[in-house]
Design a protein around this ligand. Structure first.
Ligand code: 8YV
Length: 314
């Protein structure tokens, strides 16, 4: 029996492709030089598509595949998938939630610890022989007893909240609405929350409502003793305003895993001392990436066999 055709829009690595090849005939759109010609030359009746966080799936691709039934996307955030187009064409979309919660929360706390204790700089200080030559490193800050405001108390936000509590931090949050049965104080207004916290952690999806949520007013409310952490999407923070706030000392520091134009990180940001920068590492461990990949495959296999998909978003 011939295997059904699947468009591979992003290279999801050998673990995923090896599994997919057992059930599907893969068409590696991710490797195509001339993308429009590749789409035009596809066999008719492509029903399956696999993609990844940053690549997503455009309206153009969805409309070029009239038989498309499912887009299985690697990553919990699916902002790069044109969900409106998928919905309009009756295409199902799945993502990979939950399996990455602990990893992203761990990286978030690692970023907070690194920024508070100035770990990257202090480590460089030792390597460069400056401890011996110049004496002790300047005193730093700590998390204990501080308040953290989380923008987006979803599954990952809650995992971050639990870890922050293990560091004796007080947790408050902002989101679209107040959630029932949460032990944390809710703020309807992110600016009011920023005013009351020492740390602002951004872990909300990128949507029309959240884009630019950390603007100049929020940064100024966070203030010269406040620190920002973004592990969500770069476009939730107004990057030029953040650079200005850091340069002018209007906030104390920032730890960023995500940026507006990845993998480009503005030179101005790379030149600032009181920032910690990571190359979108939130879920990037062997264990978590394997679990995310397996979930991409399980969603496609479930749909192939006419079973309910494990993690639908559309
Ligand atoms: C991944 C992510 O780095 O899950 C997400 O939404 O941003 C990350 O876990 C990304 O999806 C990789 O493509």
């Amino acid at each position: 029996m011939t295997k059904p055709d699947l468009l591979l829009a992003a290279d999801l690595g050998p673990r995923v492709t090896d599994q997919l090849e057992a059930d599907f005939t893969l068409h590696r759109y991710c490797d195509a030089e001339d993308k429009p010609a590749f789409l035009a030359a596809l066999p008719e009746g492509v029903r399956f598509l696999a993609t990844g966080g940053g690549t997503g799936c455009s309206r153009e691709i969805i409309e070029a595949l009239p038989a498309l039934e499912i887009i299985s996307s690697f990553g919990v955030g699916y902002d790069a998938v044109d969900v409106a187009a998928a919905r309009a064409h009756g295409v199902r979309v799945t993502n990979t939630p939950d399996v990455l919660n602990d990893c992203v929360a761990e990286v978030t706390l690692a970023l907070m610890l690194a920024l508070a204790h100035r770990l990257p700089e202090a480590e460089r200080y030792v390597r460069e022989g400056r401890w011996e030559a110049e004496g002790n490193f300047p005193l730093t800050a700590e998390l204990t007893g501080r308040t953290v405001g989380i923008i987006g108390l979803g599954r990952i936000g809650k995992a971050i909240a639990r870890l922050a509590q293990a560091f004796s931090m007080r947790v408050v949050y902002h989101g679209r609405r107040e959630q029932d049965h949460q032990p944390y104080q809710y703020y309807a207004d992110p600016e009011a929350m920023a005013r009351d916290v020492d740390w602002l952690v951004v872990i909300a999806p990128s949507t029309d409502e959240t884009r630019g949520i950390v603007n100049r007013r929020v940064l100024d409310a966070l203030g010269p003793e406040g620190r920002l952490v973004n592990v969500a999407r770069g476009d939730l923070v107004d990057e030029p305003e953040l650079i200005a706030a850091l340069t002018e000392g209007r906030i104390a520091g920032a730890a960023l895993d995500v940026f507006a134009q990845e993998p480009h990180v503005p030179e101005a940001l790379r030149a600032i001392d009181n920032v910690v920068l990571l190359p979108h590492q939130g879920s990037a461990t062997h264990k978590t990436r394997a679990a995310m990949g397996d979930l991409v495959v399980r969603n496609l296999q479930a749909h192939l066999h006419g079973k309910p998909v494990p993690t639908p978003v559309v």
